[in-house]
Design a binder for this molecule. Structure first.
Ligand SMILES: Cc1ncc(COP(=O)(O)O)c(C=O)c1O
Length: 344
């Protein structure tokens, strides 16, 4: 955890939880989402994992690396064609997992695609299981053969929330934020799973902490809908421990806000790379224009509001740095015009 200290003591500052440093190849929030999932798969004697994502999917790479670290085989269905140059998360997925590129027309029906591929991996003697099967059905016994688990794109299921709760447990220890301080957590939201996990964690642990998430990919109605679904699933799967705080979840657990300059998801706009470069050179912290810059901007404006004795503003740095390599491939002209800031 670091505090973003500027030389000028008048400039408001905020804390940053450096989850970007949690693993050299696995995105911070992907590592958290897999924190409970992978031991769960191992407990159920899974041998293979099938999942999917875009060509530069941080999720697919995280699954590939984390499975290899635990002796599981991963099978990654990536959307579109193999690029000429393998780089970023695409390169990592290729090094650690078994990659298959899927034409966009087939990828459109993800569920069907995942089931079909998992069936091929399992073969005639194997078994295909989904996370829901394992969470809701009694233990499925398997004699020999492969046991193939399907993990949905992004791994945004109720199991993913547990890793975020474990993070809050750690941050609320006395030598860090403790349980009494008022904290305003800021995070960027793709599917919103990370933000909901943090919000649920604060409630379950009885912390006076709020979570504000910048919406990057959808309308507020869609984020709210997903939030309620996740809360519903969380209660269904893990509710036995939640009697003391369950009603505090009824109205949602996250404040959703628009991005400073809203746009279609994945678009980089003028000047954003220069701002990322400036932040990197001034603070030693790299943010990317798609995800973490949005949280940085919000943390900056919140810390200005909280300047005089208000809450501690804390940005969760979700990582994603290898995504910059994919962006450099895709937005060549933006990257070509980056200049050395010190020369103007
Ligand atoms: C770096 C980074 N930050 C944030 C997110 C969004 O996380 P979530 O989908 O849980 O909202 C992602 C998702 O891909 C990501 O890669």
């Amino acid at each position: 955890m670091t505090k973003d200290l500027e030389n000028d003591s008048q400039v408001p500052s905020f804390y940053i939880v450096r989850d970007d440093l949690i693993h050299p190849l696995v995105n911070g929030n992907k590592a958290r989402k897999l924190d409970a999932l992978l031991p769960f798969l191992e407990d159920h004697s899974v041998t293979d994992v099938v999942t999917c994502g875009g060509c530069q999917s941080a999720h697919a790479a995280a699954v590939a690396v984390s499975c290899a670290e635990r002796g599981l085989r991963s099978h990654l269905l990536l959307r579109g064609e193999q690029p000429d140059v393998l780089t970023g998360y695409n390169l990592i997925s290729t090094m650690y997992g078994n990659v298959t590129y899927v034409p966009r027309s087939l990828y459109a029906d993800r569920e069907e695609m995942l089931i079909r591929h998992a069936g091929l991996v399992a073969g005639s003697s194997g078994l295909v299981v989904s996370l829901n099967d394992m969470l809701e059905a009694p233990w499925i016994k398997q004699k020999g053969g492969r046991k193939v688990a399907i993990v949905n794109e992004g791994a945004g299921d109720s199991l993913a929330l547990l890793g975020m709760i474990r993070l809050l447990c750690y941050l609320s220890e006395n030598h860090l934020f403790g349980k009494e301080r008022t904290v305003k957590f800021v995070v960027d939201a793709g599917t919103g799973t990370t933000a909901v996990g943090l919000g649920l964690g604060a409630i379950c642990l009885g912390l006076p902490w709020e979570v504000t998430a910048v919406m990057l990919a959808d309308s507020i109605e869609q984020y709210r809908k997903r939030e309620l679904q996740l809360i519903f699933d969380f209660r269904r799967h893990f509710g036995f421990n939640l009697v003391h705080c369950s009603n505090r979840m009824d109205n949602g657990v996250v404040t959703w806000v628009e991005r400073h300059q809203p746009r279609k998801f994945g678009n980089v706009i003028d000047r954003e790379l220069e701002v990322c470069q400036q932040i990197a050179q001034q603070t030693g912290i790299l943010v990317d224009p798609i995800y973490t810059l949005a949280a940085w901007e919000l943390a900056t404006s919140l810390s200005e509001k909280e300047e005089r004795g208000g809450a501690n503003v804390v940005m969760l740095h979700t990582g994603g740095m290898l995504g910059m390599f994919g962006l450099a491939q895709r937005y060549k002209s933006h990257f070509r015009t980056l200049k050395d800031q010190s020369n103007g």
